[in-house]
Design a protein around this ligand. Structure first.
Ligand code: FAD
Length: 271
């Protein structure tokens, strides 16, 4: 296991939705995971950033920047994704605390509060309706873009949701707690929290460098058994499936695809 230990959820205070671990900090979750996995003497952990993956006759050679070179017959890419957010002042100090990006992860914690949803994507219509399940006090901001049709805006108004299409200038708050949203035209809207929808991009170019086929949304394309378009290379977790993007799905992928690797090795070795 080669891991640079920069998981996407590191900014959040509590992780939800993983049965038996509700509310755990991401760092504690990882600590337990490593403790369990490293009990098995054949597992080796290299806390390092993989710089390149080269194809060689026996499979792959994994390289990091310090000169480490490891041969591998099979490789699973579980490298996750990076989020690209709209550039809005004051966002990062509030991110993971009162501003989040996954209603299924943190909707319950923000229930019944005055919420903001910032999204420039056409999926904003669906996300706004979804959020009504947790709070009826919702302001939707499209940040200067126009992803909503007139019909959709009318529908959101009927549902009691305000729609603000002007650019968002800043999130204003303190100690992680959002106080209000300030717009470029000077309007201020008091809000206690909300969701800002990012675009996802691969966190490492390794898959792209090897020529892996991609899904329409940019995930590494795999078959049912996690096999990418490159023989011997598998992908698991967020890197292969941008949605649903949750720890429990990533863990399930890890288990499923490890079995798949084992099956393929067994076939190769024993026919
Ligand atoms: C603010 C926030 C809150 C969230 N809350 C929840 C929640 O409550 N519940 C939930 O289920 N999900 C939550 N998520 C989503 C969850 O974090 C992801 O779905 C999950 O972490 C995906 O797991 P993964 O293993 O695919 O990727 P990650 O957890 O991102 O792990 C990828 C790993 O690969 C490593 N890596 C990447 N490139 C390299 C390289 N070149 N060399 C070596 N290592 C590399 C990284 O350092 C990292 O350790 C949240 C996400 C965010 C951003």
């Amino acid at each position: 296991m080669l891991d640079s230990n920069r998981p996407r959820n590191a900014v959040t205070h509590a992780s939800h939705g993983f049965i038996t671990r509700d509310g755990i900090t991401p760092s504690e979750f990882r600590r337990i995971a490593y403790e369990e996995v490293l009990r098995y003497p054949f597992v080796e952990h290299f806390p390092t950033e993989v710089a390149a993956l080269n194809r060689i006759e026996s499979g792959f050679e994994v390289l990091d920047s310090s000169g480490l070179r490891l041969p591998a017959r099979k490789v699973i890419l579980a490298t996750g994704v990076k989020e690209v957010f709209p550039e809005i002042e004051g966002f990062y100090p509030l991110y993971g605390k009162s501003l989040l990006n996954c209603p299924y992860c943190d909707g319950w914690e923000l229930q019944d509060q005055p919420l903001v949803l910032v999204s420039e994507s056409p999926s904003v219509f669906h996300t706004a309706k979804l959020l009504l399940n947790w709070s009826k006090d919702l302001v939707v901001c499209t940040n200067g873009k126009a992803p909503l049709t007139e019909e959709q805006i009318d529908r959101l108004h009927t549902l009691g949701i305000a729609v603000m299409e002007q650019p968002v200038a800043a999130f204003v708050g303190q100690d992680g707690q959002l106080d209000h949203v300030r717009f470029a035209d000077g309007t201020q809207v008091p809000r206690a929290g909300g969701f800002v929808m990012p675009q996802f991009v691969q966190s490492t170019p390794i898959g792209e460098q090897l020529g892996c086929a991609r899904t329409e949304s940019g995930g590494i394309q795999t078959d049912q058994r996690g096999r990418t378009s490159i023989p011997g290379l598998y992908a698991a977790g967020d890197a292969s499936r941008f949605s649903p993007s949750q720890v429990v799905f990533a863990a399930a992928d890890g288990s499923r695809i490890a079995m798949s690797v084992n099956l393929d090795l067994t076939e190769e070795d024993y026919g």
